[in-house]
Design a protein around this ligand. Sequence first.
Ligand SMILES: [Zn+2]
Length: 342
Amino acid sequence: MELPRLIKIGERNIDEFGSFLYSLNKSKKVSLISGTNVQKILRKKIERSLNLKKIQYIWHTSKDNQIESLNQIQKNVKKDNSDLVIGIGGGRSVDSAKMISYNLGKPFVSLPTAASHDGMASPFVSVKSDKPHSIVASAPLGVFVDIDIIRKAPQKLLASGCGDLIANIIAVRDWQLGHEKTGEYYGRYSADLALMSAKIVMENSGFYAKNGLDARVIVEALISAGVASCIAGSSRPCSGAEHLFSHALDKIAPGKGLHGEKCGIGSIMMAKLQGQDWKKIVQTLKDVGAPTSAKQIGLKPDEVVTALIIAQGLRPERYTILKEIEMTERKASNLAKTTKVI
Ligand SMILES: [Zn+2]
């Protein structure tokens, strides 16, 4: 199994980024991938810390996660001849950097600026291509987090991160089901680790509702979930039927809702199918400020119904609760209505 070697979480520690990189692999030259907004806010601070350690750098701007743009950045990064690829951003840039570093055989570091999903420490990326679900790349060599930056990002991003964590409850149950029905390997340790990340949100949501989200705890839980995937060697502990639902929405209603928001809503419905306490999931999502209905993220009822019907077909080899149900239009509509998703 491949795990991150160094994970640094601090408060207002962005100045230490250069020394963090130096301690990782004595970096001399790095390729930085980020969006324009992030560059506006962080570029100077990051450059200052790299200059202090005499680390050379070349910036690359990520615009979207279409395969063509990714290939273009990859060509440019290859020319850099750098010894490290760094993804800085909320999700897309980190994913792009992860994929590019993997394709070029270079180590990768993530510097998340938002905690909206568990990709910051996981070896998986979601890139728009013919395969709608995540594909395997390398685990990051290092993860560097400045909690102050995460806290300043819009709250809905953190809430989305909570949705991605709650998804682990569904994913682990699906994994157990797959183990029982097909005999596939079930990794108790990684499953428990992923569940623990979800429980932290479930148990503290009442407190968060009164006092606000604890960015540090959520970041640690998301990193821990990513590490669980590293240990499992697959996304199994963090991705079940609720993720298939989210991937189906990516396909039929692109751009509506954040990944973690869609996984949270998917978790409500899949929990009902699995016979788990779906109402508790609804309450937790409400407590953390995450959406619980399709309308809140601009989805139409028929989009939800279609996503439920096509979800399992996107990844037929992965056994989930959706394998046990013949998801007709009527069943899908009933499920979404009884859980008040539509
Ligand atoms: Zn996810």
